[in-house]
Design a protein around this ligand. Structure first.
Ligand SMILES: *Cc1c(COP(=O)(O)O)cnc(C)c1O
Length: 224
């Protein structure tokens, strides 16, 4: 059943990619395993999903014990500064950087681990109070500071759209994140890459891809 879900989601990703003039391989599917066991996560890997995402450090560590480096791990949820040390040698990308203080700790811990951290800056483009992420206008000074950190590679931006029954309503937020990434690129900060846009979940990944997503984070549609 997981296999069927993966096939269906991958087909839908390919269709949305084609509609937006891109290839299926231009979009990375991150399978979000926060609601399932390591055994089910392993089924996802066997079905061809090689990037897995967890929103909490502890649940990532739990699954890491079983699955080790078999998938590439993505930390997609809010990250507390004091927990960076547990994941520095394990994750391939952190999607949720929303302060300089957090980035400085990531820089420090990844240096100790002898690695460069691939990070995305999380932006709150919808203005919802409950959501994490920086305000769009704060992205510019933050990028300037991040460009000085030697063990951090900024790879792009991430956002979460508000929950809605009408995913079309989210297109303006996805468009907003895309536009912000273009504006940041225009500033030509040293060492800041805007190649990745992590946006779109089970309910709205098609709309996100149409607006330029390169990474979609999908959980429930794979495990329903
Ligand atoms: C849970 C979660 C997802 C996946 O949500 P679904 O609606 O289950 O696809 C994506 N991104 C983040 C940050 C999440 O916490």
């Amino acid at each position: 059943m997981i296999q069927d879900n993966v096939k269906r989601v991958m087909e839908e990703i390919a269709r949305a990619a084609a509609t937006s003039g891109r290839k299926p391989e231009d979009i990375t599917l991150v399978g979000v395993t926060k609601t399932v066991t390591a055994v089910q996560a392993k089924e996802l890997i066997d079905a061809g999903v090689t990037n897995l995402g967890e929103n909490r450090v502890q649940s990532l560590l739990d699954k890491y014990e079983t699955l080790k480096d078999e998938p590439a791990w993505h930390l997609i949820g809010h990250l507390q500064t004091n927990k960076v040390k547990y994941i520095a040698d394990k994750v391939s990308m952190i999607h949720s950087v929303d302060s300089l203080k957090l980035a400085e700790e990531i820089d420090r811990r990844f240096q100790m681990a002898g690695r460069t951290a691939n990070i995305l800056v999380q932006v709150n483009v919808s203005g919802e109070e409950s959501k994490f992420g920086i305000q769009p206008e704060d992205a510019f000074p933050l990028m300037e500071s991040l460009s000085q950190l030697k063990n951090i590679q900024v790879c792009g931006l991430m956002t979460m759209a508000p929950k809605t029954d009408h995913p079309d309503d989210c297109r303006k937020f996805f468009y907003g994140l895309h536009k912000l990434s273009v504006d940041i690129r225009g500033k030509k900060y040293d060492n800041i890459n805007m190649g990745q846009l992590s946006m779109g979940m089970s309910g709205d990944f098609r709309e996100a891809i149409l607006e330029g997503a390169t990474i979609v984070r999908i959980g429930s549609a794979l495990f329903q």
